[in-house]
Design a protein around this ligand. Structure first.
Ligand SMILES: [Zn+2]
Length: 100
């Protein structure tokens, strides 16, 4: 993680145990929070995924105490799916050959 990166995202961070954004009050990661995380990790999508997996673990522990608790699908959509790569148009047809 680059130094100073946390300073850029510190405002749109989750408030536990509700996992609402401290800055805008939206369900975290809010749209701005997601954008800042993408900027923070850049091309390191795996690094962001690992981070989000840890967040999902922590958030699940908090959010399942809610009534009603979120479903596993909701948790997946909220914390992981937004960072998942888009489906490829067809097998063997890499839209981004070579990568970066
Ligand atoms: Zn926010």
């Amino acid at each position: 993680m680059p130094p100073g990166g946390l300073q850029r995202v510190h405002r749109h961070v989750p408030e536990r145990p509700g996992w609402r954004c401290r800055a805008c009050g939206a369900a975290w990661p809010c749209p701005v929070g997601r954008m800042l995380l993408r900027e923070e990790y850049g091309a390191d999508r795996i690094g962001l995924s690992v981070y989000l997996a840890g967040v999902l673990f922590d958030a699940t522990g908090d959010l399942i105490q809610q009534n009603p608790p979120p479903t596993p699908a909701e948790l997946f959509e909220r914390f992981l799916a937004w960072n998942a790569p888009r489906r490829r148009p067809s097998c063997g047809d890499d839209p981004n050959p070579g990568g970066a």
